[in-house]
Design a protein around this ligand. Structure first.
Ligand code: G4P
Length: 286
């Protein structure tokens, strides 16, 4: 199944991001911990060229713990500060600020050497749709933070949120456009909900997910729906529909509803903590 999608608003988002990135010292790249490779925009290196960098593996609560640790080590080996996060958590702020401070250490040292003591590091959060950018900004900014820069008379005033004396966050996240390098990347993004379901053939997408789950988490569906597994995904969908009492008039299994249950359950973690990608030698070093 080939997923192709690049709506006009992505081109606009790209231009906005390229403008906004000029205002910051650091780009905090948000990736989905369940699929860090697919949720990473390869253009980020160009966009954030010369900027300090940090990675947040968000929705870590939905990914397997073992895989999370492997990914953290993977980015650490590239010298990138990485935080595993549930951005919705009330305790999200501290690990994020601590990592920003570590990633910005060299900047502070350089500033001090030049006699500059109080210039905060300015950061921007960036990531593909649905990865949790707004949730993260809300969690780290909270109500107590001071918002500055929205001065009257300035049409598109950039709002800065002061997280502490040394860190300021741009209120507007950078929206990165997904990159469909290969079929697998497009599918993973679609499973995660970063691509609008309306442009997809839902039963094909759900069938692909069933096939993939049967390899990476063979018991997930049987456990969740209490069904018999089968090598034909369509039969699995029928079994899910029956198990969830999703029947059409006449008693036929409503496989469309089953597709929606399945995708929703996967996205929300009700199938368990599942990582679609783990670092293996080869692919991620390309
Ligand atoms: P975006 O700005 O990058 O587009 O993403 P946004 O913050 O809107 O988050 C997208 C969805 O992901 C939201 O769920 C949000 O609650 C959820 N989310 C964000 N971070 C995490 C995380 O670390 N763990 C988990 N489990 N979920 C996370 P939603 O259902 O679309 O909205 P809502 O009903 O929760 O508000």
């Amino acid at each position: 199944m080939q997923v192709q999608w690049y709506p006009g608003h992505m081109a606009k988002a790209k231009r906005a991001m390229q403008d906004d990135v000029k205002l910051v010292d650091m780009v905090v790249e948000l990736l989905d911990a369940r699929a860090p490779l697919s949720s990473r925009n390869p253009d980020i290196d160009k966009i954030a060229n010369n900027k300090l960098r940090m990675v947040i593996l968000n929705k870590a609560d939905l990914a397997e713990e073992k895989a999370n640790k492997l990914w953290r080590d993977f980015f650490a080996k590239q010298g990138i500060q990485t935080v595993l996060l549930d951005a919705r958590s009330s305790s999200a702020k501290k690990p994020v600020i601590d990592a920003i401070m570590r990633a910005a250490q060299k900047k502070f040292e350089r500033d001090r050497a030049k006699g500059i003591v109080s210039r905060p590091v300015r950061i921007m959060v960036a990531g593909i749709p649905n990865v949790g950018k707004s949730t993260l900004i809300n969690s780290v900014a909270g109500k107590a933070c001071t918002r500055t820069g929205n001065k009257p008379g300035v049409t598109r005033g950039n709002q800065w949120i002061r997280l502490n004396k040394q860190v300021e966050l741009l209120d507007t996240p950078g929206i990165l456009w997904p990159k469909f390098e290969d079929e697998q990347v497009g599918l993973h993004l679609a499973y995660l909900g970063s691509i609008n379901d309306e442009i997809m053939e839902l039963s094909e997408l759900a069938s692909c997910l069933i096939r993939e789950l049967s390899v990476i988490s063979p018991d997930a569906l049987a456990n969740r729906y209490n069904i018999e597994m089968h090598e034909d995904p369509y039969i699995v969908l029928k079994n899910i529909a029956v198990a969830r009492f999703a029947l059409q008039k006449g008693g036929e299994a409503d496989t469309n509803k089953a597709c929606r249950f399945l995708l929703e359950d996967f996205r929300s973690g009700r199938l368990g903590r599942i990582s679609l990608e783990i670092p293996t030698l080869g692919k991620e070093s390309e």
